[in-house]
Design a protein around this ligand. Sequence first.
Ligand code: GUN
Length: 293
Amino acid sequence: MTAKVISGKEIAHQIREELKAEVAQLSKKGIVPGLGVVLVGEDPASISYVTAKERACEDIGIFSDDNRLPADTSEEELLALVDKMNKDTKINGILVQLPLPDHIDEARVLLAIDPAKDVDGFHPMNVGKMVVGEKAFLPCTPHGVIQMIKRAGVELSGAEVVIVGRSNIVGKPLANLLIQKSDKGNATVTVCHTRTKDIAAHTRNADIVIAAVGRPNTITADMVKEGACVIDVGVNRVADATKKKGFRLVGDVDFEAVSEKAACITPVPGGVGPMTITMLLYNTVESAKMANG
Ligand code: GUN
């Protein structure tokens, strides 16, 4: 079998066109959704993610308030900026790019964000609401993954899903969403991690494998059932002297070999990445609508 490639770029484009139309409608009422973006330090991957998020905002008509702070910014300074954005009525969403430098308590910063502006869905209030199935901002990468699976026409209800990776940003929230009795879930979910005895024994039985580990070639062809759907959340830089930047991006999945066995697969780049940004735009537009009744 040669897998159908699920293009995150194309699905993201569709959703962004829908959002663009919504933003145009809002602007007729004098409403411009605003996103406050905060980046502390100069981690190259974070810089490129934040730049992509700001460009995407501009593209669909969301105002973005760009705050790039030096790596030695204190926790108090960062909290003061979050507080200012909490109070700013032009800002509907606040995004503090993670990871933060070691001297800053990430949990304290996330807790300081007004849950009504928490478009990342990382505030414990939104995490809790999500777990019990109440309306909340859904975390962008898990929500994007679910949109891709659904828009690719893959049945989630009753499917055996194996997630490899248990991060707070992807693995844990995704598992919670997928088990829910809702149109986003109804799946049977297994979460594998570094202490799982035999990851392949689990992935080989999966209808859908989701890799969110951060290590190239974690999922190889022998680990995947014939006809499975494989979603690659990993973004890894590997040295490549033929590239202008000296590296290329690869996911966690051995794309070439797994494509021969799977029914559908997401590429890296152009897979989950554009969907994460798109769901951030979606949450920001939703927040602006809620703030304006
Ligand atoms: N770092 C990696 N992914 C994310 C994300 O989705 N949001 C934020 N704020 N930081 C991240």
